[in-house]
Design a protein around this ligand. Sequence first.
Ligand SMILES: Cc1cc2nc3c(=O)[nH]c(=O)nc-3n(C[C@H](O)[C@H](O)[C@H](O)COP(=O)(O)OP(=O)(O)OC[C@H]3O[C@@H](n4cnc5c(N)ncnc54)[C@H](O)[C@@H]3O)c2cc1C
Ligand code: SF4
Ligand code: SF4
Ligand code: SF4
Length: 429
Amino acid sequence: MLCDHKQCTGCAACAAVCPVGAIQMQQDADGFYFPKVAESCIHCGKCEHTCPVLTPRSRPDAVYPQAYVMKHNNRDVLLQSASGGMFTLLAQWAFAQNACVYGACWDENFHVQLRRADSMEQLAPMRGSKYVYSHAKAVYRDAEQQLKAGRTVVFTGVPCQIAALYGVLQGREYPNLYTAEIVCHGAGSEKVFDAYLADIQAQSGKKLKALDQTSKKRPWTKLIQRYICQVWQDGSESCANFSEDSYTAFYMKNLCFNESCYQCPWASVPRKADVTMGDFMGIGVTKRHYIKLKDGVSAVWFNTQKGVQLREKLSESTDACWEKCDLAECMEFNHTLWKPSTRPQGREKFLDNFNKISYSSLKAQYFTPKYKAMRVIKKSINMVLGAHLTACGIDLVQQKNGVPKKVQEKLLTLKELYGQSEEAECSKR
Ligand SMILES: Cc1cc2nc3c(=O)[nH]c(=O)nc-3n(C[C@H](O)[C@H](O)[C@H](O)COP(=O)(O)OP(=O)(O)OC[C@H]3O[C@@H](n4cnc5c(N)ncnc54)[C@H](O)[C@@H]3O)c2cc1C
Ligand code: SF4
Ligand code: SF4
Ligand code: SF4
């Protein structure tokens, strides 16, 4: 009745729509959530018809995407945002007209929950990427109620959650709904994350008060530099770079994603949300831009007519600057825009070990001094070369691996679908 375990994203749309509450989301041994159907099921088929894997839906007003480089003008906003502050710009536009915004926050157990924000104050904790599975069951119906009441809704989340919302809405297009997906390379295991939290608290002997997985402790002058910053209950703070943090290392090695993430149908073009927001890795390598990497920059795609109209409204704001760019430029350095993350060979063994050995032993096996040393060397080389030369180096590797050719093939699909290309007139390097 429900989709295959390996394809299930744990989006919880099925649980949200079940008329008799027969579906509970249950955590499995590896820390991922799947629906469990109780005997009270009346076999109405609603869950099946809602599931975005079993009943995929396309967007009727999809267009050839328009891509932009975007940066928020307020430096404080920029420093609190994971990339260039596109999420905050959307929220500013939304709140100015009494709309609401959905996004992800940490709860008191440092689990990630999608929630509704009705004000900038409620929005603040939604900033920053949380590299863990997020719970969304409670918000789909809430968003539907807001829409039915005529309120404008800006719904953000990972792409499978956006698809889940359209499933819950049974494909009905509400003119007052704007969806904005974040480019996503995977949902990290909540169980692995819990073990990590226990480990850092045991190591420090302190209780965690706040966590930022995309801190810009050091501004992005040379490279995209993100830090993991922990604020402890006693008011002290610790920060580590990505190579010094065990969970981030497991996450960045793709070791602890839900199985469905490695075949994610939404890590592809055409994108299904009105807006797609991501990092702009490699900015300035293949094309020149006026907007620079410093302090963060977003790559934003507008994928539907509604999205394009929204961009026109957003461009009236003086809170951000924009520059048109082309799709290939974003895609070359951002694979998850068009293909799912690679499943590492050792993924099964990693999760198997996670269930058998202590977190300290897991760290000893996978988060080795050699790994850390290699990361430090790599980072030092990058720092010396700077963002531009590093990205040029990556560009050469991409050329060797045939990435630009694969990107062109994807773009051809888009052109065949939408009949034209609206690539930007950016100056070539
Ligand atoms: C799990 C994950 C994987 C990502 N992978 C990539 C990638 O491969 N390539 C890329 O270019 N960008 C990726 N990003 C997106 C990127 O890091 C930024 O979040 C995005 O560009 C928005 O930046 P901002 O400056 O507008 O955001 P901010 O103001 O920092 O907003 C963050 C946005 O992310 C949402 N969010 C944060 N954590 C979660 C979560 N766990 N589940 C659902 N929504 C969440 C918030 O609700 C908000 O909409 C990823 C983000 C996450 C959370
Ligand atoms: S078939 Fe209907 S009653 Fe049964 S689990 Fe699905 S939605 Fe619930
Ligand atoms: S609706 Fe979501 S959680 Fe339910 S079966 Fe489908 S993918 Fe899994
Ligand atoms: S990779 Fe795909 S399936 Fe996995 S969390 Fe992201 S959007 Fe969902």
